[in-house]
Design a protein around this ligand. Structure first.
Ligand SMILES: [Zn+2]
Length: 327
């Protein structure tokens, strides 16, 4: 670790990072774009801890659309959300203790038209009406029935008509392929139940599919962890777009930047500037907030291997409080 030098810092972390100090305290450090956790469940965590832990924005991938619609749009954390899970009748996560009825919609009719009872189009429209920018579909063949192709196709088509992204939870054999075939925009987790072949990974990359990492949730399941690390490494090597996400609310995870998640991302080939991209991609928004920034006080890493621990000291500060050093 060393004192920040603007030139070396840009070499290590790319052009969106700057040496800065806080106007109030004079504390020196590094300013970065806002960090986003692209997979959380707000109803299961204490969100007040996120900003102190360095997270500015979150993507809620499964919650009560009515509760989520009540949020103030300019609050911190900034929240994009999916609203309820859409799933097949009796499918995951219906009936789970953490998934009350308010956060699950069981689709009984492939109709894309608005107003059909239990219809695919009706469920998409409901989430959109409550302000969702994402539709979350469960494709978990390991835990119950999943959508047929017609129903999944109707959901994706209606979501895209309304300008919404579709995110799938894929689990079980063949589910990643089904998501790629259907034109799903993002995976909520790096696939962790099967080793994907290179052709499928290449198709996902060509389609512009984004994969949300969630590698640290497998720390007590070595088999799943090995599969997820191998699949994400292949996806990164093929040029795929990865988003930092932790599935916060799922088990015991730190509320804030998760150093173990970043270490796992680094082990898949995401370092330096590409690691900053993964943490700061504004998806599903098109641009990040400029009201706040990420700040890491103190010395900066001189080696890539020091980056995850260093990023773990990040906090959120108002942009107007940061004075950038010119160089
Ligand atoms: Zn989740």
């Amino acid at each position: 670790m060393r004192r920040p030098d603007p030139f070396e810092l840009r070499e290590l972390l790319g052009p969106r990072v700057a040496v800065a100090r806080r106007a109030m305290t004079g504390e020196r450090g590094v300013a970065l774009p806002p960090f986003i956790d692209h997979h959380v469940h707000l109803h299961l965590i204490d969100e007040q801890l996120l900003a102190a832990g360095g997270i500015t924005g979150v993507v809620d991938l499964g919650g009560d659309p009515v509760e989520l619609a009540r949020r103030l749009p300019d609050g911190i954390p900034r929240v994009s959300y999916a609203g309820a899970f859409l799933t097949a009748p009796g499918g995951y996560p219906a009936g789970r203790s953490w998934a009350p009825a308010a956060i699950v919609r069981e689709i009984t009719d492939a109709s894309p038209h608005a107003g059909a009872h239990g219809g695919a189009g009706t469920a998409v429209d409901e989430q959109a009406t409550f302000g969702a920018s994402i539709i979350k579909v469960a494709l978990n063949a390991a835990a119950g029935p999943v959508f047929d192709g017609e129903t999944l196709g109707a959901i994706v088509a209606r979501a895209h008509e309304r300008g919404l992204q579709v995110v799938a939870h894929v689990e079980g054999e063949g589910m990643t392929e089904r998501a790629v075939d259907a034109g799903v925009d993002a995976l909520a987790h790096t696939p962790f139940t099967e080793a994907l072949d290179a052709d499928l990974v290449a198709r996902a990359v060509r389609a512009g599919q984004r994969w949300i990492s969630t590698l640290d949730i497998h720390r007590s399941d070595p088999g799943a962890r090995v599969l997820a690390l191998a699949n994400l490494s292949a996806f990164v090597a093929a040029g795929g777009t990865v988003l930092y996400g932790t599935d916060l609310g799922n088990g015991d995870l730190p509320v804030g930047v998760n150093v173990r998640e970043i270490e796992a991302l680094a082990s898949c080939g995401l370092n330096g500037e590409s690691l900053i991209e993964v943490l700061t991609d504004p998806w599903p928004a098109s641009s990040p907030t400029t009201a706040v920034a990420t700040f890491v006080a103190g010395e900066v890493p001189s080696r890539m291997g020091e980056m995850p621990t260093w990023l773990g000291a990040a906090t959120v500060v108002p942009t107007e409080e940061l004075i950038h050093d010119e160089h």
